[in-house]
Design a protein around this ligand. Structure first.
Ligand SMILES: Cc1cc2nc3c(=O)[nH]c(=O)nc-3n(C[C@H](O)[C@H](O)[C@H](O)COP(=O)(O)OP(=O)(O)OC[C@H]3O[C@@H](n4cnc5c(N)ncnc54)[C@H](O)[C@@H]3O)c2cc1C
Length: 397
């Protein structure tokens, strides 16, 4: 049996960021993930472009991860607009006048994972245990025992599960979860196009599907489509030329002819919210706690807030000479993270289900009303403020 202070189940971006946030606290940390070591150190491109809020960038910078992300892969976002089907009415937020800075930045997910992995790899007291998963967690003699898939048992003061929205450890702990399967797939693919995107992300909703373009560097955009299972399967079967022609048609040629310049990836759209984020010597983080709809671009950002809140509580407990897994500290983490995420999650679910509701007249009218409401200055400012924090004074990268 090996002894650790903290066992982290999950070497995704949030588990890695959490391990990194404990640097310098004098803790022994094991981070466990079933992927091969090479896949964790140099993750494959999954086509995901992560829109980062200013607060996430500041946390990544403090971790030492931001400096490991090359400037060339960071794409600034100035403005977002949301359209409702064929209506020309757009809800707009972000930079309004010339000279306004970016409201967010896109970074490929695999670059974030690589940078965060490098941080943990170099961290004194942290070990990455690849090619193993945490199979179960139980409490014995006041400690948490994490049994790994290879039979090894790790004894820890706290186990943190960042093991995806379908978290097996959450289920084992008997933590109920509200889970909504949209029965859809989100497909992503980078494309080139001749017309400029003006660093603007555009989303529009029609015929039961959602289309988004995310502005990237080098005359490219990421096309992001929320589709029925059948439609996604049909698009995956097309060759590159036919796929390019089809996305050009679906995007009304707004950016000119589009050509794919990378692989297509399609993932199921499932959202989750755990009823509790903690148990005895146990905490949930990342998608395992709050699994946002990908269109909201908030899953990782919320994961960063959560891991930061939990790491701060652990550090405060240590500084006060209390147990690392002090129940009061874990409860404060839960309350903070619920406060940061709950209302936004519920609001986003209401909107996403409205847009997934097909094209009936009531759904169309409701959606049009929602866009007009979203254009009211206070709401528009609130939406922009979720991405941007001028007080943080971020420079352009
Ligand atoms: C298409 C798409 C676009 C997105 N865009 C954005 C965006 O713009 N902005 C944003 O903030 N978010 C975005 N997200 C969401 C974001 O990608 C996720 O919120 C984020 O990856 C969650 O990180 P995580 O570490 O919690 O989980 P994951 O990334 O799911 O990683 C979980 C890890 O746990 C490991 N694991 C599983 N089971 C076990 C076990 N039993 N023991 C040990 N390890 C285990 C897995 O191997 C995996 O490495 C997007 C998501 C999608 C699908």
């Amino acid at each position: 049996m090996q002894d650790y202070d903290v066992v982290v189940a999950g070497g995704g971006p949030v588990g890695l960021a959490f391990a990194g946030s404990l640097a310098g606290a004098g803790l022994r940390i094991a981070l466990v993930d079933p992927q091969p070591a090479a896949g964790l150190a140099d993750p494959a491109d999954d086509g995901r472009e992560i829109a980062l809020t200013d607060r996430s960038v500041v946390m990544l910078r403090a971790l030492g991860a931001w400096a490991r992300v090359p400037d060339a892969v960071v794409a600034p976002l100035r403005r977002m607009q949301v359209l409702n089907g064929p209506s020309r009415y757009a809800m707009q937020f972000g930079a309004i006048k010339a000279g306004d800075g970016p409201v967010g930045r896109f970074v490929p997910n695999h670059w974030l994972r690589r940078a965060l992995h490098d941080v943990v790899q170099d961290q004194h007291g942290a070990e990455v245990l690849a090619e193993r998963s945490v199979a179960s967690v139980r409490i014995k003699d006041g400690a948490a025992l994490a049994t790994l898939s290879d039979g090894q048992v790790l004894r820890a003061r706290l186990v943190v599960a960042a093991d995806t929205r379908r978290s097996r450890l959450r289920q084992q702990q008997g933590i109920p979860v509200s889970l909504h399967d949209y029965g859809q797939r989100m497909m992503v693919c980078p494309v080139t196009h001749p017309l400029p995107h003006h660093k603007t992300a555009t989303a529009w909703f029609e015929y039961g599907r959602t289309l988004v373009t995310l502005p990237l560097n080098g005359g490219r955009s990421s096309v992001v489509m929320t589709l029925s299972e059948a439609d996604a399967a049909a698009l995956l079967r097309l060759d590159d030329t036919a796929f390019g022609a089809e996305v050009t048609r679906r995007y009304y040629g707004r950016l000119g002819p589009m050509h794919p310049v990378g692989a297509r990836h399609a993932v199921p759209v499932v959202t989750t919210y755990a009823a509790r984020f903690i148990a005895r010597r146990f905490a949930l983080l990342g998608d395992a706690a709050v699994g946002m709809h990908p269109t909201t671009a908030h899953g990782f950002n919320f994961g960063m807030l959560g891991q930061h809140a939990l790491a701060c509580e652990l550090r405060a407990a240590i500084a006060a000479g209390r147990d690392l897994a002090d129940p009061a500290a874990l409860r404060r983490y839960e309350a903070t993270h619920r406060g940061e995420t709950r209302l936004f999650f519920l609001g986003a679910e209401a909107v996403m289900r409205l847009y997934a509701a097909g094209d009936s007249l009531p759904a169309r009218l409701l959606r049009d009303g929602a866009l007009r409401l979203g254009n009211l200055p206070p709401l528009r400012q609130a939406l922009t403020a979720r991405m941007r924090d001028p007080d943080l004074g971020l420079a352009d990268k």
